[in-house]
Ligand binder design. Structure first.
Ligand code: PA5
Length: 440
């Protein structure tokens, strides 16, 4: 296991030791399933309980898609979108669709209600062989449901209903929801999202594993990384990296640092930070409480958000994920004319320069009053992605219980849906519509 957590620059700012004393109880609550939301703890044991039959079916579906499709259209939103995108960008590249040679392009749809995005994707599919993986736990979420209706129509137009049905893979609840009904009626191959795994904790279920396998990523390695981390996370010890992270961030929160900025010096981490924002935002932001999760891409955002981080309101702390190696070997060349004055860097690898930028920035930010938690992993790959996923999930469960909220529900997500349904005229929402129309 390569992951480690450095909390020295949090201990300078807050009483981490005091919160650490609460960790044994939070740990027991999570592991013994005695806390709020305990019917959504399936992710805790998930890496140890992967169904080999289901995994083989995922791999077989991925193999078929890789052999008969230029494009896989992945339709989903929130937890049914971010994890797969994060994994593909992290393990392969943010430019996956440009660099993947023997794998289908992966296009994500149904994560907005944008007509422009939908039209653009439609144009991109023209002339391609393609398949759909539609993902929705509830099977009723508006954004992916609308996208699926549109793209299913296009697929049926291209291949005919029978062949289209063989190119549609539905990942959803085992029994409930409109998507399950569609899959049963039209004979789509289906994958089950376990009842006790919530959307934002579902990347290591078929929700993430099918698109990730289609991208040619080794899902066994990813699950192995998660398993290793799960073993480490299970230890009741102040050395447990999840305890260290959960204690540090909660101590900082209690000391007034209410915004956490997740950052890395690798562009391929960007969507992992997006996934992390959903995980922590939906798990902690309730009952008028919770750390606000934000993210930046470094060094790029040192030239935009860097000013704020260095000298803005002092309610922020950073969690910086760093890698032992980028996995690429690039050296700054010597220049005979040295007109750019960069010969002092000649012979250094870009990894060295990047890590010096990271170290210098960390010290500057700490000096500027920004606490820092460091999370280090070996290099970006399927295994370290699995480690990071489980590390952040387990730490999130602990943090939620330290904060005394139910980390596994998201009641606030419903409010916008009710208003949207009312305004768009969904049957049953007439009264709300009348109320809202007066206010508009
Ligand atoms: O974490 C969650 O449960 C949510 O953010 C969901 O992932 C999101 O709303 C999508 O839901 P569904 O998979 O039911 O379409």
């Amino acid at each position: 296991m390569s992951l480690s957590v450095d909390i020295r620059n949090a201990e300078n700012f807050a009483k981490v030791g005091e919160v650490m004393e609460e960790l044994p109880a939070a740990h027991d609550t999570l592991v013994n399933g005695t806390g709020a939301g305990n019917d959504f703890l399936g992710w805790v044991r998930l890496p140890f309980e992967v169904d080999p039959g289901e995994l083989s079916r995922i791999k077989a579906a991925a193999k078929k898609i890789r052999s008969d499709s230029d494009v896989l259209l992945v339709i989903g939103i929130g937890g049914s979108y971010l994890g797969a995108r994060a994994a593909i960008e992290y393990c392969v590249s943010p430019n996956y669709n440009l660099v993947a040679k023997d794998s289908p392009k992966i296009i994500f749809a149904g994560n907005s209600l944008s007509a422009a995005q939908t039209a653009e994707i439609t144009a991109m599919l023209d002339g391609c062989d393609w398949s759909i993986n539609v993902i929705s736990k509830s099977g009723t979420t508006t954004e992916p449901a609308v996208a699926f209706r549109i793209f299913r129509g296009l697929l049926e137009e291209k291949y005919g209903a029978a062949e289209a049905a063989k190119r549609i893979y539905a990942t959803t609840d085992r029994a409930r929801g409109a998507l399950k009904t569609l899959a049963n009626t039209l004979g789509y191959e289906s994958f089950v999202i376990p009842d006790d795994v919530g959307g934002r904790f579902s990347v290591l279920t078929p929700v993430g594993l099918l698109p990730i396998a289609c991208a040619g990523i080794d899902v066994d390695e990813m699950l192995e990384g998660a398993r290793e981390m799960a073993e480490t996370a299970g230890a009741k010890s102040p050395e447990n990296p999840c305890w260290r992270y959960a204690a540090a961030r909660n101590a900082l929160y209690r000391a007034g640092y209410t915004t956490e900025i997740n950052a890395a010096y690798e562009p391929r981490y960007r969507y992992t930070a997006e996934w992390w924002k959903q995980l922590y935002g939906e798990s902690e932001g309730k009952d008028g409480k919770g750390i606000f999760p934000a993210s930046v891409d470094l060094t790029a955002d040192l030239h935009s958000m860097g000013q704020y981080i260095q000298q803005g309101m002092r309610n922020i702390f950073e969690t910086v994920v760093s890698f032992g190696s980028s996995g690429a070997d690039v050296t700054v060349p010597f220049s005979g004319d040295n007109l750019d004055g960069l010969n002092f860097l000649a012979g250094h690898t870009l990894d060295e320069v990047n890590s010096m930028a990271a170290a210098g920035t960390r010290l500057a930010h700490v000096d500027g009053g920004v606490p820092n938690i460091g999370v280090s992993v070996d290099r970006p790959c399927a295994r370290s992605f699995g480690e990071l996923v489980y590390f952040f999930e387990f730490s999130c469960g602990l943090s939620g219980y330290l904060l005394d909220v139910n980390p596994f529900n998201q009641p606030g997500v419903e409010a916008y849906k009710v208003n949207m349904y009312a305004l768009i005229g969904k049957p049953g929402y007439e009264e709300r519509r009348a109320e809202l129309e007066k206010r508009l």
